[in-house]
Structure formats: structure tokens, C-alpha cells
Design a protein around this ligand. Sequence first.
Ligand code: AMP
Ligand code: MG
Length: 390
Amino acid sequence: MIPVAQALDHLFAFVGPLPVETVPLRRAHGRVLAETVLAQRTQPPFAASAMDGYAVKSAEVETDALFKVIGESAAGHGFAGTVGAGQAVRIFTGAPVPQGADFVVIQEDVTRRGDLITLNHNLSSGNNIRPAGTDFTAGTPMPAPRRLSAGDVALLAAMNVARVPVTRAPVVALISTGDELVMPGETPGDDQIIVSNTFGLAALLEDLGAVPRILPIARDTKAALRQVLTLAAGADLIVTIGGASVGDHDLVADVAAEMGMQQSFYKVAMRPGKPLMAGMLAGVPMIGLPGNPVSAMVCGTVFLTPVIRAMQGLGEAPAPRLQMPLTAPLEANGPREHYMRAVVDAQGVADAGRQDSSLLSVLATANALIVRPPDDPARDVGDLVDVIDL
Ligand code: AMP
Ligand code: MG
């Protein structure tokens, strides 16, 4: 058995950033920016009014000053002329400040009669002008790599970056194994259950911007497994589920070895998830996850997510942890690192109850994992523990 950190290093050795492709901006959300892009324009491109009001010369702004309104500057419809002494231009938010003006008096500070305005007694401070380039100037970089958030997409649009270089989305073949498994919506036999792991992992992968490909369930025969593994050709990563412990029906390691897989490791000192396997199969990295549903999902967070991020060019790092105080005590941990299903609230974190690795109902109530080091002693309320956000 090897520690989690070492297993992760082995996995990182198998993968690297995928090639770059260019996608339209509308497809860029959630993708990983692969190359630094530059703003194609300056924003705002002109000095713009930040308020509705009147554009005037700042030197003339004083209580009771009188101006003649000579025109209007609205968003998308600037004023073509020049503001002279004693003159004002009606202006609206986002509109260009006309030539000759360098101050916007907000409309609340003005009394208007016909085309004359008088400034009130209490004038608010500030010229209410956003100089050209307040937000960004042409050539301002958006540095890569980064996963593009909704805010990033808005910024790219404003920068007029219509086509975005992103890392190609990793295609992940997901293979469940087991005679007992049927697909959701089917009618299971008396001794069968519904496959859950492929669906949970597919959702997790989609959240990361990867493309899961759910392959047919492999029955517990070598021939069936070989056939389904063959279908995985072309994927960037193969993930098998179940059949990874050393029982009579646990065939993944055998068949993969017969197909030429160089195995890198087998068994990791963690709970849940001990039977974990990895290697290269015909040039494609392959990870064998344990079958127990919670084990598979926890391994998804601990191993798959960092591997996908590495393939997307986001670097090689374990799932980020933060420290939080316990709101309920914990018993001493055993010799394996333990990833406990847990619930974070405003006060801190507590374990989510029964930690059996088959309990998806407990996983569904959890929003975090508490990570216990090997042989961690019993912990009290208020003690700080490591937490991974789910
Ligand atoms: P195995 O590693 O194949 O011995 O599976 C361990 C446990 O996980 C067994 O109870 C299996 O029925 C269950 N299991 C394996 N694969 C899946 C799956 N894809 N979805 C749900 N349960 C599974
Ligand atoms: Mg099985």
C-alpha cells in the first residue's frame, strides 16, 4: 500500500496538458484558458459619464452657477459639438463626455427651467467621469491558465475576444464492472442493483469541464471486460469501477495486464478506497476505482479531479484543503488516511454520521470531507481539522 500523495504523484506522471483548441466565446465557460489573451480594445473607449446629469467645465462648477443646455449625449449617441463657457450638455450613464467638458453634475444637483440649469447649494463631490481605460486598456492580458468563470466570460466579451484558446476537454471513458449491475430505469433481477458510480462520476467530470463517455457495463468475464476496454480506445483517460479487489470476480487488473497495461500501483492507504489501481493501457492512462459507491466518489474527488485539472493545464496539485474547527468530537483514526463524509456550517465541521463506504444517502447529505491523518488521535470540539470542499 502506498500513501495517497504518492499515488497522486504516480498519476501525475501519466498525464500532461492536452493540446489547445479554439472555441467560440459562448462555449468557453468552464473551459480552461490555455494561452494568455490580450484585450483587443480599451474599455471604456472614451471618457464616459458614470451618472445621469449635465456635462460642463469643472472650472465653472459652483453653487448657483447658471448654464445653457446646448444638446444631449446618450449611450451610443454622443454629442458631436464642443461645450463652451456657460454651456452644458445633458448626459446619461455610459455616454461619451463631450469635448470641452470635464465634469458631470448629477441631475439631483441641478434645477432645470427650459434649456437653462442652475446648480444647487449642496453639490456632491467627484466629477462622475470614468476616464478612458478605467476598466482595461488594449493589450491588457488575461493570463492563462485559468478556468473561465462567468465573470471571465463577461470580461473576454468586453475585450472583444470572440474566439478563445482553451485546453481540449479530456474525454474520459467510464466503465462499470459487475454482473449485479443494471442501468437506471431498467428492471433489476432479484440479485441485482442499479449502477450508480458511473453516473455520479460523469456528473463530477462534467462539473470539471471534462467529457465523460459512459460505456456499456462490463460483465464479470474476461471476454466482456476486454471488449469494453477495447471500446475505450480514443479516450484521454480510462476509468474502471469495481472489480479491483482481489476476489474471484475481480478481473480488471488481470485483463488489463493481459492487454499490456504497465501497472504503476495497486492499493492506496486510504479509507474509503483501498483498492485503487493505475497504469498505462495502450498509451492511455487508466485508473481503476473501487466499486463501493462512496469509495468511488471519494476517489473521484481525491484522484480524478486533480488528474483532470492536470490534463487541462491547471497544474499538478492535490485537492485543496482548508482548516476548520470541529463542532462534534471524533474518535481516533486507524492506520489509513480517512476521508470522512462531513457537513460544514457557519460554526465549523462535523462528520455526517455513518461512514460505511456503501452509503450514498450519507454522501448526499455531505458537503465536505474531513481528512484524518493515519493514527490521528481522538479529537474534541474546537480542534482544527483538514477539510476538502465537495
Ligand atoms: P467490487 O469492487 O466489484 O467488488 O464492488 C464492490 C461493491 O461495489 C459491490 O457491492 C458492488 O456491487 C458495488 N459496485 C461496484 N460497481 C458499482 C457501480 N458502478 N455502481 C454501484 N455499485 C457498484
Ligand atoms: Mg464487482
